[in-house]
Design a protein around this ligand. Structure first.
Ligand code: SF4
Ligand code: SF4
Ligand code: SF4
Length: 446
């Protein structure tokens, strides 16, 4: 990817250059719209494709606001990347739409104050699940010291912290010299750039995070979050030069798969179905390869869903498509009578975990299974326990113990009313107004 050192130009300048290049290179042939799996779930008709792209180019060229079809296409792009091989001009249409959505957000963000709301929701969710030393490990970034590897958790993954601690157990088993960086204090900047349309803030936030990485003088920064990989490694590719490699953590692990498999001492006698995503499909293949080396485990199949992840940045952008495919995945899990439906990322786990309550199969993250194979106990998946509850009071009965231990004392009824929004991440749809600037009782930062 790109980043670091001093900027030769601002993010605003960089984005302007990239938009101009797209406008110059794209012929509006419409092939990327033709292959896009989202369009059958929109009002876009066969033959509309060049005009749809023309609308996108108008926004990129001179800020002409998107009209209905182009708006529908760009806003529903889930990042699946199926359009990328089709462009005869060598353009990455996924990146073109990321830059389109960035431009649209600059004109009129549908989610103002998203970062503020998201940060508070993340802190509450983490504080409801973690003992204070664990909370500090994920949310208070360490002083700079030299390490080989930075494990970058991102910020939203902290809502499902157990899989991050599992990933650390795997890094520990490989005796990796690493330090953890993440939390809202080390955001990649996508929220400000793509969602809030505030490029100066995005640049400031991103610079701060890159500076944290660089302070550890790592050879590699390994990201858990696929959105960070996409944002820093693809959308902003070429913005800065880095002194370290930035990659998804599974690429690092799969390169050491033999050594890892040699440490598997515990058979995991389960039949599993692995849920992955079309976009960044190598990550799904990495996980399938690692699961295949677990003794006793039967990988029945891998089912790939649209988008590059579950959640507001990915599959949830095209909800009708997502729902249709999700039904197929769940039917497959039942038909194959699997023991476990395996989640890929934090966003996937958050959406799938509660399904375990139906009793047809367990939902586990791939890190749970690898940690079991290492002969260790996976980190307690408290977020799943919460999602399996019928009553928010029962969630709070356990959650308040952790909240108090972490120094967060909140009115129980106030929090209970907010929990459905916090767990559903409604801030990505403009919700969670209680955490917006100017609302009462927003000060829950820790
Ligand atoms: S990335 Fe996927 S959803 Fe987005 S435009 Fe390309 S094919 Fe369509
Ligand atoms: S991005 Fe490529 S495939 Fe899409 S309209 Fe432009 S030239 Fe055609
Ligand atoms: S992409 Fe990663 S770091 Fe950036 S906002 Fe999302 S979770 Fe946080």
């Amino acid at each position: 990817m790109a980043v670091m050192e001093s900027a030769k130009h601002t993010l605003d300048d960089f984005l302007a250059q990239e938009r101009a290049a797209l406008v110059s290179d794209c012929t509006a042939c419409g092939k990327c719209v033709e292959v896009c799996p989202v369009t059958p779930f929109t009002a876009i008709q066969s033959g509309d494709e060049p005009a749809v792209v023309g609308g996108v180019l108008g926004l990129l060229r001179d800020g002409t606001p998107l009209q209905e079809a182009a708006k529908e296409w760009s806003s529903q792009c889930n990042g699946c990347g199926l359009c990328i091989p089709t462009c005869p001009e060598g353009i990455n249409p996924r990146r073109m739409l990321m830059l389109t959505n960035t431009t649209a957000a600059e004109q009129n963000s549908p989610t103002p104050q998203l970062f503020r709301k998201m940060s508070r929701a993340i802190r509450i969710m983490a504080a409801m699940q973690l003992a204070p030393p664990e909370f500090d490990r994920l949310l208070r970034n360490p002083r700079a010291h030299d390490v080989d590897v930075v494990f970058y958790t991102g910020c939203n993954p902290i809502r499902t912290p157990h899989l991050l601690f599992n990933a650390m157990t795997i890094l520990d088993a490989l005796e990796v010299d690493y330090e953890v960086v993440g939390g809202p204090g080390a955001c990649c900047g996508i929220i400000q750039s793509l969602w809030e349309g505030d490029q100066p803030s995005a640049e400031r936030v991103m610079n701060g995070t890159i500076h944290r990485f660089a302070g550890h003088r790592p050879k590699e920064v390994l990201s858990w979050c696929p959105s960070c990989v996409l944002h820093l490694g693809e959308t902003l590719s070429g913005f800065r030069q880095a002194s370290f490699d930035f990659d998804h953590v599974t690429n690092y692990l799969v390169a050491r798969a033999e050594g890892l498999a040699g440490k598997f001492v515990q058979p995991v006698n389960k039949r599993v179905l692995l849920h992955t995503h079309d976009g960044m499909d190598k990550i799904g293949r990495n996980v399938a390869a690692m699961l295949s080396s677990v003794p006793g485990l039967t990988l029945v199949d891998t089912v790939s869903e649209p988008g590059f992840t579950c959640g507001g940045s990915g599959a949830d952008r095209s909800p009708a498509l997502k729902q249709a495919v999700r039904e197929v995945t769940l039917a497959r899990a039942e038909r194959e009578d699997v023991d476990v439906l395996v989640s890929l990322y934090h966003g996937c786990h958050a959406q799938l975990a509660g399904l375990e309550a139906k009793g047809n199969f367990q939902v586990m993250n791939w890190t749970d299974l690898l940690v079991q194979a290492l002969g260790q106990q996976p980190h307690d998946d408290i977020s799943k326990r919460y999602r399996m509850q019928d009553e928010w009071d029962m969630v709070l009965d356990e959650g308040e113990i952790y909240l108090k231990a972490n120094g967060l004392e909140m009115d129980r009824d106030w929090l209970k009313n907010l929990l459905p929004e916090i767990f559903a991440q409604t801030e990505f749809k403009g919700g969670l107004e209680a955490f917006a600037d100017g609302c009462k009782k927003t000060e829950v930062a820790v």
